[in-house]
Design a binder for this molecule. Structure first.
Ligand code: HAM
Length: 407
């Protein structure tokens, strides 16, 4: 039997997983300093949640959901709808909440570089009915902050989708514009279904020229909508967040309204988000609740960053017959007192064999724990870079570890 993996999923092994952890730590720490509390959401949700909130003509709902049990449940394709469902089921309506979440999302997309069927997002949602351009700019600037900390150079694209009336007027105009044009089959279908703005999100090659000539939504904004957009842009400038305006950015999900944005790197979005003032009502008709948020694609971010090499370990080698237990005790004490990885060679091997297998670990120090020396309360410490070794009192190794193991 040959082993295989499900298409579009990955095993993220040692170094890759360390990278994920580090990136996640940056996202968590920056957003928690801004007041976001972490929540853990279920991976399984009812399909209807996404149909109602993302829209049945969205790419995700129309072709990318992993359904289970007669299509009643799905592996969540994104975190925002679930967050709002959790809010509506657990929090008194109207209370402001600032939440972050992390986890696997699932979309049945065509796997290719940077696009997986199981991928990981870290997201924040600022849930509140009070709408403020300052909050929007702060939410965007937090994403910018984390990317800067991680050393990721990206370009922030922003746009506004205006209010419902704006979108109605805009869609009428877009419809007129697209009718009679040689669109792709998918876009023609969307035109027929009335999902006009989604055409702007098309990835089909034959649509691109037509889309680039389409009228921009900004021409249809109300005075209020225009002013709101201006205030968000001004605040971003004040916060030193650089952006470019992309009048055709629409983000392809029903729940978005008003401000939307994407951080782009190498023609791929690494973070995407926006305002969703009507999402509460889409999830549960009687509930008016909205907010703004974003989700970062950790797989894509991890693919483009590199961290400095990990700290090298200290290795303990028992030399003699009964010193492995002593090594375990020394390691326990060193790990408590220092921020070092401490490894023990527990295999029944000769000293030569031990030294041979140490090459992969690239230790900074080796401590030899031998019978004769140990009887006198001594061990040998080797500085691997200098190639020097000296006999040291065990008490000193344990009591003054930071001095003994200074590089
Ligand atoms: P999204 O743009 O669909 O937005 O996804 C956010 C990010 O997830 C993308 O920018 C990308 O980095 C990553 N991503 C999406 N699909 C894949 C994939 N197949 N493979 C690898 N990475 C992927 C949302 O999910 C919204 N819920 C964001 C949001 C939060 N809006 C408001 N609040």
């Amino acid at each position: 039997m040959s082993l295989s993996r499900v298409r579009g999923v990955r095993d993220i092994l040692e170094e890759g997983s360390k990278k994920f952890e580090k990136v996640l730590t940056h996202f968590k720490s920056t957003t928690s300093k801004a007041g976001y509390s972490h929540i853990i959401l279920p991976t399984l949700e009812e399909s209807s949640l996404f149909i109602r909130s993302l829209g049945d003509s969205s790419d995700i709902v129309s072709k990318e959901m992993f359904s289970i049990k007669d299509q009643s449940y799905v592996l969540r394709p994104e975190g925002t709808a679930g967050t709002i469902r959790a809010y509506l089921m657990n929090i008194p309506l109207g209370e402001k909440k600032m939440w972050s979440y992390y986890g696997s999302m699932f979309r049945h997309e065509k796997p290719q570089s940077g696009r997986f069927r199981e991928f990981y997002q870290f997201g924040i949602e600022n849930i509140s009915n009070s709408i403020s351009p300052l909050v929007d700019a702060e939410v965007i600037s937090l994403a910018n902050e984390v990317l800067k900390e991680l050393g990721v150079e990206s370009s922030l694209e922003i746009n506004t989708l205006g209010c419902e009336n704006t979108r109605k007027a805009y869609c009428q105009e877009l419809k007129k514009y697209f009718e009679g044009k040689k669109l792709s089959e998918l876009s023609r279908k969307r035109l027929q279904q009335g999902a006009i703005m989604r055409i702007l999100d098309s990835k089909e090659q034959e649509d691109q020229d037509i889309i680039s000539q389409a009228p921009p939504i900004i021409d249809f904004l109300t005075e209020q909508g225009l002013d709101y957009y201006k205030q968000v842009k001004n605040t971003l400038k004040e916060l030193n967040v650089e952006y470019i305006e992309n009048p055709r950015l629409v983000r392809g999900l029903d729940y978005y309204s008003n401000i939307c944005f994407e951080f782009m790197k190498n023609s791929k979005a690494i973070i995407g988000g926006g305002r969703y003032d009507n999402l509460g009502g889409l999830v549960d008709k009687s509930k008016k609740m909205g907010g703004i948020g974003w989700a970062a694609g950790l797989d894509r971010i991890c693919d483009i960053i590199s961290f400095p090499e990990n700290k090298r370990p200290i290795c303990l080698i028992p030399v003699g017959t009964h010193n492995t237990l002593k090594c375990l005790q020394i390691a326990q004490s060193l790990r408590r007192s220092m921020d070092f990885e401490v490894r023990i060679k527990t295999e029944a091997q000769s000293l030569k064999q031990h030294l041979g297998t140490l090459k992969n670990l690239n230790p900074c120090f080796i401590v030899f724990v031998g019978d004769d020396e140990l009887a006198k309360g001594l061990v040998t410490v080797k500085n691997c870079d200098k190639g020097e070794q000296k006999i040291v009192k065990l008490d000193e190794v344990l009591g003054k570890a930071n001095e003994i193991f200074k590089m």
